[in-house]
Ligand binder design. Structure first.
Ligand SMILES: [Zn+2]
Length: 126
């Protein structure tokens, strides 16, 4: 019921991070979410709560010389079907978004999953 309530609603969510409140717990619902550019979370290297710069993680470029990719290309050669069927319909309309948190004191990088969202926007904190 809660899920259906949130679908389609433009949800702008500003979350105050005080202490060990988990990001995942706070942002479990909603499709469009605004996320602060700086959050105060625990840094294991500093062993303290410090300011972290937030960026949205995106995967790197696929390498043609990686072993798995070479094997896959070898398999596609010649006669016969392809190794994996081509994706025609996608069931999901959202992606699991990961944010990269970098400690401003020591540069330590933390990754946090936010959850399934259509879009995550970085915005200035209130
Ligand atoms: Zn640190």
């Amino acid at each position: 019921m809660l899920r259906s309530f949130c679908v389609g609603v433009l949800l702008t969510l500003f979350v105050e991070f005080d202490g060990g409140k988990s990001i995942k717990g706070v942002l479990s619902c909603g499709y469009f979410v605004k996320f602060p550019k700086v959050v105060r979370v625990y840094c294991p290297r500093c062993n303290a709560y410090t300011d972290h710069t937030v960026t949205i993680y995106s995967h790197g470029k696929r390498r043609n010389l990686a072993e798995g990719q070479r094997r896959y290309l070898r398999k596609l050669k010649g006669y016969g079907s392809s190794r994996k069927p081509k994706q025609k319909r996608f069931a999901k309309t959202t992606k699991k978004i990961v944010v990269k948190l970098q400690c401003r004191q020591c540069g330590y990088v933390l990754m946090r999953t936010v959850g399934r969202l259509k879009k995550l926007e970085l915005a200035e904190a209130r």
